[in-house]
Design a protein around this ligand. Structure first.
Ligand code: PAJ
Length: 286
């Protein structure tokens, strides 16, 4: 496994590499969710590149850029064990040298939900991802379903900019109690960690309501809201179109239940896809 620090080093390392080349972009502090992306890329691609870069452009003022967990040595070991061929770990000055000015604005899909809570976040994500795609010259890029709005943003960018990259979305990896794995889970204290699975229970309740025939968005959301009790504080809970993140009044599958809640200073996000068609009660076949 080669560790590279600059775009030129990545290109050298990938000269003549077998295709398809799969890229797994990460901010490090790797857990089993990230490694599921690596495993799928390894199974599907001749060459696998993983990036480790905590991207300052996607953090707002007052967010956790400075204290975001960093674990370079153990990340490299995990990527090596996962069969990665090339690691790209640039420093901030390499990614954004003096004079850097171009950014990619993904528009409306990036302004809802996470985008409205974190203004500029998806511009930062889209910009770094386009740079990573260009640097690796990848044929496929692997993203987690855990960050569903991020995946929707990247799909929009790929289509709008005609990027020759196929987006592959890998299902969310969870703890046994339902909590989605996240690098930010280390911020939770014991009490918050114990309460955290309620976020997934809320989404499951919304999913059950819709699959049992609820087509009214407000009533479906209310079913989930009952789970979001103190110490959780809801940031949002909704049912949306998985591509646009627009919330339809009447729910016709496929839709996505999305949620975010604060636990102290930490905000968790999660989502559950709702695949089964929503039937009006009289249409349910018994
Ligand atoms: P990061 O939070 O490190 O996540 C890297 C990738 O791992 C993302 O595609 C994310 O959706 C996926 N992931 C995280 N937790 C997961 C879980 N529990 N199950 C499955 N996949 C999971 O997302 C980012 O970094 C950054 O925004 C990035 C795309 C690297 C751009 O800076």
């Amino acid at each position: 496994m080669q560790i590279t620090r600059t775009p030129a080093e990545v290109r050298d390392a990938l000269r003549g590499a077998g295709r398809p080349v799969g890229l797994v972009p990460t901010m490090g502090a790797l857990h089993a969710g990230h490694l599921a992306l690596v495993a799928q890329a390894r199974a599907e691609c001749r060459t696998v590149v993983a990036s480790l870069f905590v991207n300052p452009l996607q953090f707002g003022p007052g967010e956790d850029f400075d204290r975001y967990p960093r674990a370079f040595e153990s990340d490299v070991a995990a990527l090596e064990a996962g069969g990665v061929d090339v690691v790209y770990a640039p420093d901030v000055g390499t990614m954004y040298p003096p004079g850097f000015a171009t950014s990619v604005d993904p528009g409306d899909v990036g302004e809802r939900y996470e985008g409205s809570l974190r203004p500029g976040h998806f511009r930062g994500v889209a910009t770094v991802c386009v740079k990573l795609f260009a640097t690796a010259g990848c044929d496929r890029a692997y993203f987690g379903a855990k960050d569903a709005q991020q995946a929707a943003v990247i799909q929009r960018v790929i289509e709008d900019l005609n990027l020759p990259v196929e987006l592959i979305v890998v299902p969310t990896v969870r703890e046994p109690d339902g909590l989605a794995l996240s690098s930010r889970n280390v911020y939770l204290d014991v009490e918050q960690r114990a309460a955290a699975p309620a976020l997934h229970r809320a989404l499951d309740a919304v999913m059950r309501a819709v699959t049992h025939g609820e087509t009214d968005r407000d009533r479906a959301v209310a079913a989930g809201r009952a789970e979001l009790t103190v110490p959780l504080h809801e940031a949002y809970l909704d049912v949306v179109d998985p591509q646009t993140f627009v919330s339809p009044e009447r729910l016709d599958a496929p839709v996505l239940a999305i949620a975010s809640a604060w636990l102290g200073p930490t905000r968790l996000i999660d989502n559950v896809p709702i695949e089964a068609p929503a039937h009006a009660p009289h249409e349910i076949v018994r």
